[in-house]
Ligand binder design. Sequence first.
Ligand code: CAA
Length: 465
Amino acid sequence: MATNWPENVGIRAIEVLFPSQYVDQTELEQFDGASAGKYTIGLGQAKMGFCSDREDVNSLCLTVVSRLLERHHIKHTEIGRLEVGTETIVDKSKSVKSVLMQLFADSGNTDIEGIDTTNACYGGTAALFNAINWIESSSWDGRYALAVCADIAVYAKGAARPTGGAGAVAMLVGPNAPLVFERGLRATHMEHAYDFYKPDLSSEYPTVDGKLSIQCYLSALDTCYRLYRQKFEKQQAKTQSGKVGLDNFDAILFHTPFCKLVQKSVGRLSFNDFLLTSEGKRAEQFAGLERFNNATLEGTYFDRDVEKAFLTQSADVFEAKTKKTLLLANQVGNMYTPSVYSGLVSLLIGVPAADLVGKRIGVFSYGSGLAASMYSISVTQDAAAFEKFVAQLDYVLPLLNSREKVAPEQFSELMEVREKNNHAAPYTPTGSVGVLFPGTYYLKDVDSLHRRTYERTPTISNGVH
Ligand code: CAA
């Protein structure tokens, strides 16, 4: 029977947004009285982007969606589904998606499915899966889907504050894409945990059990990887490709709360490969690591010997397949839902396009509470189309380098303004509009009925920022 299942469904365009201001992590260490190197070496973070009270999750989404449509000359009528993933909640009922519908009003297009999805940093992946699933379903009407993720990641003063950040990513999803989601290669692990959550609805800050959050992240990674490998091996048995484990990926992206955890995660995957290799073959593939033959996943989340040995074992893999994906995470910080997709952008701008053509990218997405998935993307074999796709990201580095550095004292004051006025109404923000990038939507005011109004900084002449 003939089928109309669309082919090569995936990401056709991607847009990233980060704040125009940042605080330097070396300066923040001094200001916080932390030991020199704790944030920069211990956590692996160089700069942290942040938003004043002029930006909220709605404004971030308005900006990133407008920019994507403008840059790629997509008509508003060409969008049939729009999904938002976020954990930055400004309203318990009204979705961010409904706010974004303002952008579509002039076009008359109100026929757009999709709504918001929330589970910590995983909401963006859920939004993306929903978008992909729609295109591949009987509900698809032939138009594009948009998956949008945005968050403002802020922590109360203390150990977690340097792991903040902010940003947004929008992805245009459709068939015949340069980045294709591999069918049947998605593995998910979800369970109940109180590792990081936001029970105080009046505050932007989470309640965090830092150590437990790391254990939850690593154990979800273990489970997703094992399941992904099983699915992969089953599928590949039919095609006889023969590659298993980390060799299977040409690049590997992770949700990045801080860069050091990602480096450790590559080591963790190598430890998984070790445990999944028969003892007979370990001597050949993992020479010198036989002393860990009896180690278990459950017993080693904070085992320094295992961590160190497999960090060393996987150092070349990290260097070749993951390091370049950490550029935006290192320079902006944790964006929450967009974090792993900022890793995708970092990879696309950090590696020559020709080196990625036809390659497989592994993706691990994690959201506390907890929800996690591992899946893979294959890059098109069409080198010319891929080069064109990547060239659309030429704006990222100049924009990143044009940000304004702010002293930790001023950053701390701006955090206090956000903290004091969170959910205040009526409210007129005091943060500077002048510092925002061209074409940025910002909060003009909140009226006494909590209704938010937005304006936009002037766009530059060609409409692309
Ligand atoms: N020079 C170099 N390194 C130093 C140092 C110095 N002067 N001082 C400390 N370090 C190292 C430490 O040895 C440690 O590294 P190792 O773990 O490799 O030993 C690292 O710096 C951090 O130090 P601590 O463990 O003492 O840090 P902490 O306990 O004060 O805080 C944290 C770290 C728990 C991650 C905290 O920042 C936090 O709670 N962050 C928020 C939660 C989070 O990001 N969790 C990640 C998983 S959950 C998730 O992924 C979802 C999400 O997005 C939130």
